[in-house]
Design a protein around this ligand. Structure first.
Ligand code: OGA
Ligand code: NI
Length: 366
């Protein structure tokens, strides 16, 4: 397994950017090793070297990530917008949306309540929401890992939202507004996901409801994520390079840079813009479209001075859904991927801690 580990010393201190106070953090647990990145398993040293080079290539801003204005989506401009969305899906699997219809008050309150959640001492959150895979709502932190474990420099809270009545009572009761704000946010995101799924379906030439039925209307998981500042950001990674395993992801980020997408052999920074959502296609769309639309490879790097909060919302198929290329999209070609049950796909993805295109590639037919 090509893992790159570096020592960074014990004397490092991080500041909490929101409260300007020291927050219990990774360094206090005397962790001295951090992951630079993980790479897919390969016997070929050459392939690894290539992967490593890919990691170290710097962020460029000459290539622009598509920004799509959804203003006219429900009016006369729909056909043109659907075309642009289709192009962004085909070229990037990754784009930003503006004029998405979600009130700024909703996104600001969500960001605020997540910030307050991460301001709670980490020990308390660990105790309240243990990182137990059998628990649907859980808090994960790199801080509690043993020092030999590879680290991603982040804390996160996993909040499934559908059906709401199954999960809302498990969501954090502190901050006191968390449930109310997250509920409102999750409903708005569901509407946006449905609109995007319809437009993406139309761009493929299939029934407007197609992707909503397959991936948009089932599982919705919000995962507020906190990346502490890291004094030596070049030695670590917030979140290793990966594609998302589900259907589609809609992410809200604060004004701190960190998210990057891999495109044309290099990592491109996603510049935070006000009132924007980042949309990325995930593995199941790649399979459903027989590879025409790609799950975008992305990662998050950390920042030396400032903490960063991002709030991805993942839309997944049903656990027992059988996912295979949509027959209408084959156009006479053979399917590129074999069928898989989404539950099994996820198990494989997390067992291998698959990075990049690992799991989706394993389904490829010759
Ligand atoms: C993820 C993810 C990016 C970010 O959680 O899958 O890609 O900026 N997050 O936090
Ligand atoms: Ni992701």
């Amino acid at each position: 397994m090509g893992q790159y580990i570096m020592k960074i010393g014990e004397e490092l201190i991080t500041q909490d950017a929101h409260t300007n106070t020291s927050k219990p953090n990774l360094m206090e647990s005397s962790i001295t090793q951090v992951a630079v990145d993980e790479h897919p398993t390969t016997a070929e040293a050459e392939a690894e070297a290539e992967e490593e080079e890919k990691h170290h290539r710097c962020i460029g801003d000459e290539i622009e990530i598509p920004v799509i204005d959804l203003e006219g989506l429900d009016g006369e401009g729909r056909a043109q917008l659907v075309k642009s969305i289709g192009e962004a899906c085909e070229d990037w699997g990754f784009f930003q949306v503006i004029n998405h219809g979600i009130p700024t008050s909703v996104t600001q309150s969500m960001m605020q309540v997540c910030q307050e959640f991460f301001d709670i001492p980490t020990e308390e959150n660990v105790k309240q929401y243990p990182d137990d895979n059998l628990k649907p709502v859980r808090f994960g932190t790199s801080r509690t890992l043993s020092k030999d474990t590879l680290l991603e420099w982040r804390d996160y809270l996993r909040c499934p939202c559908r059906p709401l009545s199954d999960f809302i009572d498990l969501w954090p009761a502190k901050p006191s507004t968390f449930r109310e704000v997250t509920m409102e946010y999750s409903k708005e995101l569901a509407v946006l996901a449905k609109r995007l799924c319809s437009a993406i379906s139309e761009s493929l030439g299939v029934e407007s409801e197609c992707l909503h039925e397959l991936i948009g209307k089932h599982q919705q998981i919000i995962m507020p994520t906190y990346y502490p500042p890291c004094p030596n950001p070049e030695l670590t990674i917030g979140l290793c390079a990966h594609t998302d395993p589900g259907g589609i992801t809609i992410l809200l980020q604060d004004e701190v840079e960190g998210l990057e997408v891999f495109k044309k052999g290099r990592w491109i920074g996603v510049k935070p813009l006000p009132d924007v959502f980042v949309v990325n296609l995930a593995d199941q769309i790649q399979i459903l479209t027989n590879g025409r639309y790609k799950g975008a490879e992305h990662r998050a790097i950390v920042n030396a001075e400032r903490a960063r909060i991002s709030i991805p919302t993942f839309f997944h198929p049903l656990d027992d859904a059988k996912i295979a290329p949509i027959p209408e999209l084959l156009g006479g070609q053979l399917p590129m991927y074999r069928d898989s049950i989404f539950r099994d796909y996820l198990r494989e993805f997390f067992t291998n801690k698959s990075t990049g295109k690992g799991t989706v590639d394993s389904l490829k037919l010759d």
